[in-house]
Design a protein around this ligand. Structure first.
Ligand code: IPD
Ligand code: CA
Ligand code: CA
Length: 274
């Protein structure tokens, strides 16, 4: 039997250590590069990933790790059974490089494709979101809940955009449709924080297509805080829902169906007009 509370304590301590490294790295000056000529990456992304990777290997040598910088080739592991760590060392790299505070370390622990523990730590804001499956979610130790908003016109909705610009026209159609019906839209720049902010009620709902490490931990946190989590078009290829990042929706429950319908309608319009 895996002791999930021990895993949570380990992940929490690790996320804080990673957070201190991130804060120090920014104080020393950020050096940026591009992955595949597209995605921004800094020396801190790699250093923090190596730190987290090393600590997990030391403590749990038999566990698999899917982390953005150190082992993205292990993407195949999204299908695996058994223990799997899913890690984004810095979620919000563009914010990190531009001296903005919305930056997070995201660490999820999964068993047989289901998230068991999630930690999202925002070191510049001193906010740490934690969940253990079945035990609820907390922010800095205090229980959190979704907003419970029921009126879409009063909802504050978040989304994001990929580094690859090809899908942008379709995403703008979605944005126009959603923005036309809600109070306003935010693009915070960290999917993990977007989702944790839904979990604690600063935002009412979120939609985007992301990678497993962007949302695995935050999705558990949101679900434990009462959010409804799903996909606009369901899940393909037998990938566990908790790791399938295409067209995810995470929402205060009463807003979910309407948000899903708006995104789908926007996609249909895009198909007809283009
Ligand atoms: C990005 C952030 C952003 C989302 C992008 C992600 P990164 O992660 O989560 O909010 O819109 O799709 O790639 O590159 O900062 O780790
Ligand atoms: Ca990310
Ligand atoms: Ca990242």
């Amino acid at each position: 039997m895996t002791d999930l509370n021990a895993i949570r304590d380990f992940a929490l301590e690790l996320a804080r250590e990673a957070g201190e490294t991130i804060v120090r790295a920014r104080a020393q000056g950020v050096r940026t590069e591009y992955k595949a000529h597209l995605e921004l990456v800094t020396d801190a992304d790699v250093a923090v990933d190596n730190l987290i990777h090393g600590r997990i290997r030391e403590a749990w040598p038999e566990h698999a790790i899917l982390s953005e910088e150190a082992a993205p080739e292990q993407q195949v592991d999204v299908m695996r059974q058994g223990p799997l760590w899913v890690v984004d060392p810095i979620d919000g790299t563009v914010n990190f490089a531009h001296n903005q505070p919305q930056v997070a370390v995201s660490i999820a622990f999964m068993l047989d494709g289901e998230a068991q523990v999630g930690v999202v730590h925002a070191p510049f804001q001193n906010e740490t979101f934690v969940a253990v499956k079945g035990q609820g979610a907390t922010l800095n130790g205090q229980p959190i809940q979704v907003s419970g908003e029921t009126d879409f016109r009063q909802a504050l909705i978040a989304t994001g955009f990929p580094y690859d610009k090809a899908p942008v026209p379709g995403l703008i159609k979605r944005l126009a449709r959603v923005l036309g019906e809600c109070r306003d839209v935010r693009r915070i720049g960290s999917a993990a924080l977007d989702i944790c902010w839904v979990a604690m009620g600063r935002l009412d709902a979120y939609y985007e297509s992301v990678s497993p490490w962007d949302f695995a931990a935050a999705r558990l946190i949101a679900s434990e805080a009462g959010a409804r989590c799903g996909h606009v078009y369901g899940v393909e290829g037998g990938v566990p829902e908790a790791l399938y990042g295409r067209d995810i929706i995470i929402s205060s429950p009463a807003l979910y169906d309407h948000l899903r319908a708006l995104v789908e309608e926007a996609d249909l319009t895009a198909l007809h007009i283009d």
